[in-house]
Design a protein around this ligand. Structure first.
Ligand SMILES: O=C(COP(=O)(O)O)[C@H](O)[C@H](O)COP(=O)(O)O
Length: 323
């Protein structure tokens, strides 16, 4: 698959979920480099790779895993002295990111499973590899668990979730998103994934997550967020807000019906923000932490100083828009 094809698949959601988007984008960068002729001109190579990175960055705006992963790969490429060194660094960093991303999922699954008691009912939302990993690991350990899964309008990612749960013989209850509060009394805990986590511990995830967290809080049920460390958004330290992706109206209301309703406006935000106060714990590969410690992850695990953030990273999202 070419880089442009990967970018298109991310934008059209054939490739989706924050972790997978990051892994596929990095693999696309690595493979794109192999298609470029060797000229010996390191500056031209870096320019071409920056352009490729900007195309990927323009695909979806919310999942911070995408710019974080690209930054991890491109950071040392930018200072390479020869084209060969730049190519080698790119390859090594890309492979290392993909490997560590998979390892992170395994660690999160092991830790998350410890928080799922035998005999419990877990509610989940959307289709998160990190969240599902914990549930599958709990099942693998022989725990008798059930899952309550939402539909996830308008893209129905819940169907992917219930397919995985069914394939793993986990008893599952499926319902429309608006039934969440009614179902809350029947479950024991909530486990979801994340697209981005801000410095104040707020979690950006699939639209509807904040309603689930609010209902869980009301019903005194724990909310666990599972997130690899590369889903923490360092630029929020500088005050930058996470952009909430708005997708096309016709994902919600078909064009032919919308055409008959000239006074009706359709909004389709696909992520929302859950404040830290509604989250009991964030499980990362570096351990489980209260959401208010998000800053420590940004400092210690992502390791980007403020200077670097200001000098390079702020510009990373202003690349070419992909259409
Ligand atoms: O909100 C979504 C996916 O939204 P979309 O379907 O719009 O991409 C997932 O909960 C997170 O991305 C985490 O997923 P993972 O744990 O797999 O990274």
């Amino acid at each position: 698959m070419t880089l442009l094809q990967t970018a298109e698949q991310i934008q059209t959601m054939q490739i989706r979920g924050a972790g997978k988007i990051a892994r596929e984008a990095v693999a696309a960068l690595r493979d794109h480099a192999e298609t470029l002729p060797r000229t010996g001109d390191v500056a031209a190579f870096i320019r071409e790779m920056e352009h490729a990175a900007s195309i990927l960055l323009g695909t979806r705006p919310t999942a911070v895993s995408l710019p974080n992963a690209i930054q991890m790969v491109m950071r040392d490429v930018r200072t390479a002295r020869t084209e060969e060194a730049a190519r080698r660094i790119l390859r090594e960093k890309a492979d290392a990111f993909i490997w560590s991303s998979r390892t992170a999922l395994d660690r999160i699954a092991a830790m998350g499973a410890n928080h799922i008691p035998d005999g419990s009912i877990v509610m989940t939302h959307c289709n998160s590899k990190a969240a599902l990993g914990c549930i599958l690991e709990a099942k693998r350990q022989g725990k008798d668990i059930e899952v309550y899964a939402t539909e996830v309008r308008p893209w129905n990612q819940g169907r992917l979730t219930i397919k995985t749960l069914n394939d793993n013989e986990i008893p599952t209850t499926y319902f429309v998103d608006s039934a969440v509060r009614s179902m809350m009394k029947e479950i024991d805990l909530v486990i979801v994934g994340a697209d981005a986590i801000t410095v104040n511990g707020a979690v950006v995830n699939k639209i509807g997550t904040s309603q689930i967290a609010l209902c869980a809080n009301e019903a005194r049920k724990n909310v666990i967020v599972t997130a690899e460390t590369y889903k923490f958004a360092p630029r929020t330290i500088l005050g930058e807000l996470i952009q909430i992706e708005e997708r096309a109206q016709n994902e919600v209301l078909p064009d032919d019906i919308a055409a008959t309703l000239p006074f009706v406006r359709v909004k389709n935000p696909v992520f929302d923000v859950t404040p830290a106060d509604y989250i009991d714990m964030i499980i990362t590969e570096a351990g489980a932490l209260p959401p208010h410690l998000a800053y420590t992850i940004m400092r210690e695990y992502l390791g980007w100083g403020l200077d670097e953030l200001q000098n390079q990273f702020l510009g990373a999202r202003t690349g070419t828009e992909f259409r």
